[in-house]
Ligand binder design. Structure first.
Ligand code: NAD
Length: 238
């Protein structure tokens, strides 16, 4: 088997064909809301009702969509590949877990969870919350916020992610524009550690030159094809 440890980074592009708009989508939710207002701690402090409205709408939309062939292919890779596979996603949707992925880190948080700023408890939430919703644990009112990482906040699981990047021998970046750090810098870390780096994206990302290999096209096509190739190679070398 050629690779013992695989780290996969996914971004909004992997969920685009499921119907979740990417960051840059012209008609997407993001184009109707100002990022500074809905995805920063300062925006939340200024207008929490607007921020709740934005994330309530995203939660509602998420419940209407399904994983696509790319999500399923990565879950299959984790199940069938004889080496280690770690999935790190920048996405806050739950499409990887719905497709069956288990070893998964949500570095930017999860849309279907909320957090209490008073007691720091994290709770599942599929519906709408507001500034009047009490915390289900401590009862504080007006303290719940989406359990997502906003611009200017520290992503989750970074220590574990960097450790895995240092140890991996294959790094894949899927559907990510390479513009949001620190995730955009992961390729550099993996490459320095000696990993073979592969970009699977609709078009070249901002950090495309750092990858050894590229597969351009829709994730629902390029990801299953690449996974099939990895599994076939692993079968052959057994
Ligand atoms: P991005 O929007 O900056 O980039 C998306 C990338 O995906 C682009 O390079 C684009 O060319 C590519 N892409 C678009 N459609 C594709 C397809 N069908 N197949 C393959 N690639 C495709 O997203 P990002 O790099 O993830 O960074 C933006 C930030 O916003 C991240 O934190 C991200 O998690 C967040 N975000 C998350 C979601 C989600 O949870 N689904 C949606 C939008 C944005």
């Amino acid at each position: 088997m050629r690779y013992q440890k695989i780290v996969i980074l996914t971004g909004a592009g992997i969920s685009a064909e499921s119907g979740i708009p990417t960051f840059r989508d012209k008609d997407g939710l993001w184009s109707k809301f100002d990022l500074e207002e809905v995805a920063t701690p300062e925006g939340f402090a200024r207008n929490p009702d607007l921020v709740h409205e934005f994330y309530n709408a995203r939660r509602r939309d998420l419940l209407k969509v399904e994983p696509n062939a790319a999500h399923y292919a990565l879950a299959r890779l984790e199940r069938e590949y004889p080496g280690e596979v770690l999935l790190v996603t920048q996405n806050v949707d739950d499409l990887h877990e719905r497709a069956g992925s288990k070893r998964l880190l949500h570095m930017h948080g999860e849309l279907l969870k909320v957090r209490c700023e008073a007691c720091q408890g994290v709770f599942p939430e599929t519906g709408a919350i507001s500034t009047k919703t009490p915390c289900p644990a401590c009862g504080a009112v007006g303290k719940l916020r989406p359990h997502v990482v906003w611009f200017g906040e520290m992503p989750f699981h970074l220590e574990e992610i960097y450790r895995a990047l240092q140890e991996c021998d294959l790094f894949l970046a899927i559907g990510t524009s390479g513009t949001v750090y620190p995730a955009a810098g992961f390729v550099q870390v993996a490459r320095r550690a000696g990993a073979w780096c592969v970009e699977l994206n609709l078009e070249p990302s901002a950090v495309t030159d750092l990858f050894h290999e590229h597969h351009f096209g829709p994730a629902s096509q390029v990801v299953p094809a690449y996974v099939e190739k990895l599994l076939a190679e692993a079968r052959k070398s057994r």
